[in-house]
Write a protein that binds this ligand. Structure first.
Ligand SMILES: C[S@@+](CC[C@H](N)C(=O)[O-])C[C@H]1O[C@@H](n2cnc3c(N)ncnc32)[C@H](O)[C@@H]1O
Length: 205
């Protein structure tokens, strides 16, 4: 998907995103943020922060930078941050494939439901690894292609449709981990039958 199409799609979603997706996405977002081991003073990057479902979960003793391509999604995130007085959060419009931060800026990076949305997930992960400090933690929440053959077949059929509505459904977890050069500490699903994975990796440079 091209960046302009992504912007258009998410401009459309921004008004209804929380009403539609929060019930599905929030449990894993909450689990992953709480499991990141955020320490006082940590600098956190939230890549593709969207409407900011994750924002109220970050403790006030860290400093969070949320970036997103979509100004409409960011507008919602800014409203949330203002309403909840989240003064430890900064929100910036930016392309995740071209992060405007120096190397080794962040202690931890959070990226939920984004790697199957961006045109090049490996460019994003290369940027994430660059801006994350050595030994820093990377937490990813995402849908990956099912290992069940019937489900994988259905996802393949559904993929052209899902791309039109904003994400791809055929990203393979093992291939993603390998091509993104991720040193995975843990990868699991929150429930036995679940569409999304939670992944924790340590940033080895
Ligand atoms: C499915 S939403 C996920 C939002 C949030 N992380 C969550 O879990 O609710 C995907 C987000 O990725 C953003 N996005 C897509 N491509 C991007 C890019 N190249 N750079 C930054 N953000 C991007 C979209 O604008 C959208 O807000």
């Amino acid at each position: 998907m091209e960046l302009e199409s992504i912007k258009k799609i998410y401009a459309g979603y921004s008004k209804v995103y929380d009403a539609i997706f929060k019930r599905f996405f929030y449990p894993r977002i909450k689990h992953a943020v709480h499991s990141m081991g955020i320490a006082p003073g940590d600098k956190i990057l939230d890549v593709g922060v969207g409407t900011g479902l994750s924002l109220p979960l970050f403790p006030k003793y860290c400093k969070v930078t949320g970036i997103d391509l979509s100004s409409a999604m960011l507008k919602k995130a800014r409203q949330k941050a203002k309403k909840l007085h989240l003064d430890h959060i900064e929100l910036l419009e930016m392309d995740a494939m071209n992060l405007n931060f120096p190397d080794n800026t962040f202690d931890k990076v959070f990226i939920s439901h984004v790697v199957s949305v961006v045109p090049d997930p490996y460019k994003v992960m290369s940027e994430v690894r660059r801006v994350c400090k050595k030994g820093g933690r990377i937490a990813i929440v995402n849908h990956f292609k099912s290992k069940n053959k019937v489900m994988a077949g259905m996802e393949k059929i559904f993929n052209p449709v899902s791309k039109k509505i904003g994400w791809r459904s055929d990203l393979c977890l093992d291939e993603f981990v390998k091509k993104a050069h991720l040193h995975v500490d843990k990868k699991y699903k929150l429930k036995k039958i679940d569409l999304w994975h939670v992944i924790f990796a340590t940033n080895h440079k």
